[in-house]
Design a protein around this ligand. Sequence first.
Ligand SMILES: N[C@@H](CCC(=O)N[C@@H](CS)C(=O)NCC(=O)O)C(=O)O
Length: 234
Amino acid sequence: MMQRAERVGEESLGSSRNMESTSKPVLYTYFRSSCSWRVRIALAFKGIAYDQVPVNLVKGGGQQHADFFKALNPMKQVPALSIDGITISQSLAIIQYLDETRPGPRLLPEDTKKRAQVRMISDHITSGIQPLQNLHVLQKLEAEKKLEWAQYFIVNGFQALESLLQQTAGQYCVGDEVTMADLCLVPQVYNAVSRFKVDLAPFPTIAKINNALLELQIFKVSHPSCQPDTPPEP
Ligand SMILES: N[C@@H](CCC(=O)N[C@@H](CS)C(=O)NCC(=O)O)C(=O)O
């Protein structure tokens, strides 16, 4: 029997072929995926209504490997966003598309130096930390090595990030406005603390910015604890 996400995904895929650009975007997402959370925050920031199709990354070997999803993202990773007649994968590409096409406050600042700093911090997290502790990588390691591996690469990345943020931060990662860098920071910290038990005490700047951001509604509504595919509390 077809899995729910697969069935819903195929229905969404079918209907998206007929979608006008005015249809609601469809986000392929997993509640605990830090990369999906980045995009959920961006959608909330821009005030965009959207539908979610959950792609369970662990159930039955992972629904990211299902044919319907491979057709959307051959890399077999969430997120993917179907919007305006195309499907975009890679969270930063999605966020930048939303920023360039939707009105409202910008996630990439006008100022070129600040924009470079936002991209630097975003890339630092999305290229320099998250891929090294992604599910696919950890699945290649012996069970007893996984935690140590993930902690090593997160702590290594956070040590550099702490120094970078000391130069760029105001209230948030770059100055006092929410930017794409903040959308990368909060999910990475959540992942580090909740999943890999990383101690934030050596990273006071990261911790302070993270706490400030978590007070904002856009981070609350997109949080992994309250998504349609979040399992009920045990
Ligand atoms: N660079 C990609 C990374 C996407 C990614 O790694 N997604 C993870 C979840 S956060 C995933 O789908 N992993 C599935 C797997 O490793 O099998 C992005 O920013 O969207």
